[in-house]
Design a protein around this ligand. Structure first.
Ligand code: ZN
Ligand code: ZN
Length: 302
């Protein structure tokens, strides 16, 4: 069984990062873990790459989660190669229509408006994002699972539920390696539900090689500890900033220096979502409370 990592580039207007890490696993079956964003260049790229490996007949595409930068090319590959697409049942709604893919935006929208961000600007960002999403094609059919155990000649690929980044995020275990999508990256991640995410990061530490969905890959337990330390310092930073009571916009600016002038929608919205995840976690822990539009912390250390 051979594992070949590839990076499927992001189109220029996507911004925010270099591309999506996908993995070709070739044994008696050809499996692709994630697929990258759709687009003419990426279609050519994936076709060329798979053909070179004599792997153009893809049996299955296993998705780590329901984000566009992971499933985007799946529909094209399915049409061309007949590949079966598999996703955890809790992320399956994301494959149905773009509104579900947008749910992470909707989750922070009202808080962002209340927290001082310009509503018109946010609407424009949402429009830009849904236009990009509309250009992508969705797969005609796909299978869902709560647990997956795929036998391959000389081994097996098993799923591990790793919620946090999304509710249905999974890793795929192969020996002492795991292909873990966006649950933990080298550097900051796009946080979803932070408590779950921290538990998932903890579980990843038992693997020797953690093959991630973006940036440097594989990472290991030491890198995961660095990520945990980064998250802890961000949480403390939020506590310090909110000592006197601050709006969401003030907190986001304090943490990221974001002023909503960047033209790229990903750069605008991800920092807001990150901060909201931190605030919700701190609120659950009883360290912070929301009074009107302001968040106020009770302590400045965790
Ligand atoms: Zn993701
Ligand atoms: Zn991603």
């Amino acid at each position: 069984m051979i594992v070949m990592p590839i990076t499927v580039p992001f189109p220029k207007d996507w911004g925010h990062g270099d591309g999506t890490n996908a993995y070709i696993i070739k044994g008696d079956k050809t499996i692709l873990i994630d697929s990258g964003l759709d687009g003419p260049d990426n279609r050519e790229y994936i076709k060329r790459t798979l053909r070179r490996l004599d792997a153009w007949r893809v049996d299955a595409i296993l998705l780590t989660h329901g984000h566009l930068d992971h499933f985007g090319l799946g529909a094209y590959l399915q049409r061309e190669t007949g590949a079966k697409i598999m996703i955890h049942e809790e992320d399956a709604p994301a494959l149905k229509d773009y509104r579900n893919v947008m749910s992470w935006f909707d989750e922070v929208y009202e808080l962002a408006v209340e927290g001082g961000f310009d509503e018109q600007d946010l609407r424009a960002v949402k429009m830009q994002l849904s236009m990009v999403i509309d250009m992508m094609s969705k797969p005609d059919n796909y299978g869902t699972f709560s647990e997956l155990d795929l036998k391959m000649g000389g081994g097996a690929l098993r799923s591990m539920h790793l919620p946090g980044h999304t509710p249905g995020s999974v890793g795929y275990i192969l020996g002492d390696s795991i292909f873990s999508g966006d649950v933990a990256l080298d550097g900051p991640t796009n946080v979803g539900e932070l408590r779950q995410e921290l538990a998932s990061i903890q579980r990843l530490k038992t693997f020797k090689h953690v093959y991630t969905g973006h940036r440097r890959s594989p990472i290991n337990a030491k890198d995961l500890e660095a990520l945990e330390a980064h998250i802890a310092s961000r949480l403390e930073q939020v506590l310090r900033i909110t000592k006197q009571g601050r709006t969401l916009k003030e907190i986001v600016s304090g943490v990221y220096g974001v002023t909503m002038v960047e033209t790229n929608f990903m750069k605008k919205v991800i920092p807001i979502r990150q901060v909201v995840s931190y605030l919700r976690y701190l609120e659950d822990e009883g360290h912070i409370t929301k009074r009107g539009a302001r968040w106020v912390s009770f302590k400045d250390h965790l």
